[in-house]
Write a protein that binds this ligand. Structure first.
Ligand SMILES: [Zn+2]
Length: 128
């Protein structure tokens, strides 16, 4: 059980290190859109229509509020990277939580054995 706990602790430390090394981040989903305008003679009303765009926007929910922000084409690479980092953070946090639950369960189990069998532990120590 000790080895198991140590390996869990090692994995948690690696997750923490990767989180600490993450760069800029932001939540959201990027989408591409094409629009039509109000001009009846515009190319976006032709057959077939040649709509305006593409326009890029990020949709995200933060503190319960859903929002949308437009993103300029030149900002796309940076924003894409931030979105990737955010997804990675969520994965890492999820991994950390899973490992943390497992570690906690191991430790609680270990403590219970220690309290439940004090004589057994003593005799094992004396015998060695
Ligand atoms: Zn148009």
């Amino acid at each position: 059980m000790e080895g198991q706990a140590r390996s869990l602790e090692t994995r948690i430390r690696k997750v923490q290190q990767e989180i600490a090394a993450l760069g800029e981040l932001r939540p959201g989903n990027l989408s591409r859109q094409y629009n039509v305008c109000g001009n009846p003679n515009c190319r976006c009303k032709a057959t077939p229509p040649k709509k305006h765009g593409p326009y890029y926007q990020i949709s995200f929910t933060w503190h319960g509020r859903s929002r949308t922000q437009f993103v300029r084409k030149e900002d796309l690479p940076e924003v894409r990277k931030q979105l990737r980092n955010y997804k990675r953070l969520r994965e890492l946090v999820d991994t950390w939580i899973g490992l943390g639950m497992e570690l906690s369960r191991l430790k609680i189990e270990r403590n219970r054995h220690r309290k439940a069998q004090p004589e057994l532990r003593l005799s094992e120590e004396n015998g060695s």
